[in-house]
Design a protein around this ligand. Structure first.
Ligand code: GDP
Ligand code: MG
Length: 327
């Protein structure tokens, strides 16, 4: 770390991808510097190194105001951060995830002044809800709730039922499969709590991905959808299908009221949320996450069948957004 006392301007000459965890390190640096201190962050563009947009998102998320982007250097300034007292609800959709729920409870951090963990179980047959019920008894120190759905109605239905039941001010979705590290959730909470964005969209493409974590068909489909949706939404997003997203509960209520215009088709809910956020005019920001392969259980996604459904959702969303702009 540079000698902070002697400088008002600091050059961080380490490429972002070589930092152990770029966000954590930048965050630490931010808290060590006075408000208004200028900082230059050097990064390397191009995959598998960090892309410019991802580097900018990370620097911004860590609490800096971006002054100038002159590749491969981002000039930034430490901004004041308001320590908001927003309560958090982490919604965990789960179906046949008995091998993962212990990890969820163990690893999801406490955020803000209080965090409730809401599991929404889709008629699992492997003992998932029974294990969650045990965990509720075993962990009186944590606020854990269980909603049991009568049938497997898809992830979207589980997420939205969890959103409706949530009591926190900030809603965060985390898949039960532990492919996204729960240790990354503070980024989502702070992105919303510090008003850096109104909709935090996880992206798995900023950091190098564990080999085999994403099947090839999903990777190609995701790339195509990211391009298409960025165009439709009018804002660049690099990952449309990351399970982890965050927004204010008050915005969810507004989004639910307009969802019938474009939604209810996407069984995963990701596109409904992104298109809905754009429809409401909410700013969307990519939040980098570390993504790994599943340790237990199986994916319920079928790339070709589900790709077709997602394509239809995109077309419907595009029509709606266009008619709103011209209307
Ligand atoms: N409640 C509920 N959860 C589901 C359903 N389908 C999938 N999930 C959960 O949604 C999350 C994402 O699903 P996953 O199978 O990992 O899909 P992938 O990440 O696209 O491969 C996981 O935590 C699943 O357990 C469902 O029908 N009901
Ligand atoms: Mg998954």
């Amino acid at each position: 770390m540079p000698d902070l006392s002697a400088h008002t301007s600091v050059q961080l000459a380490i490429p972002l991808e070589q930092l152990p965890d770029a966000w954590t390190d930048l965050r630490r640096l931010h808290s060590a510097l006075d408000v208004g201190t200028e900082l230059s962050v050097r990064f390397r563009d191009g995959r598998p190194r960090m892309a410019a947009a991802d580097a900018v998102a990370l620097v911004r998320l860590a609490g800096f105001d971006i002054l100038e982007i002159d590749k491969p250097v981002i000039r930034a300034r430490t901004a004041p951060v308001s320590a908001d007292q927003l309560r958090v609800s982490v919604i965990v959709p789960c179906r046949n995830e008995v091998g993962n729920v212990d990890e969820v409870v163990r690893r999801v951090p406490e955020l803000g002044p209080g965090t409730e963990l809401i599991f929404v179980d889709g008629a699992s047959t492997d003992g998932t809800p029974e294990r969650i019920a045990e965990l509720i008894g075993e962990r009186p120190d944590r606020c854990i709730r269980l909603i049991r759905q009568e049938r497997a109605a898809g992830k979207a239905s589980a997420v939205f039922e969890g959103f409706d039941a949530a009591e926190g001010d900030v809603l965060i979705v985390l898949d039960a499969d532990m492919t996204v590290a729960p240790e990354d959730l503070p980024r989502f909470f702070l992105a919303i709590a510090e008003r850096r964005t109104r909709f935090a969209n996880g992206t798995r493409f900023a950091y190098p991905m564990t080999p085999g974590a994403m099947p090839r068909a999903n990777l190609v489909g995701n790339r195509l959808f990211s391009r298409g949706l960025s165009w439709i939404l009018g804002t660049p997003i690099t990952d449309t299908l990351c399970g982890t997203k965050a927004l204010l509960r008050s915005d969810w209520h507004r989004l639910r009221a307009v969802r019938h215009l474009f939604g209810r088709h996407d069984p995963w809910g990701d596109f409904d949320l992104l298109i809905g956020a754009a429809y409401l005019g909410l700013e969307i920001l990519d939040v980098p996450v570390r993504y790994g392969a599943r340790a237990a259980g199986e994916s319920k996604m079928h790339p070709f069948r589900d790709g077709w459904v997602l394509g239809r959702t995109c077309i419907r969303g595009a029509r709606r957004l266009r008619s709103r702009k011209s209307g």
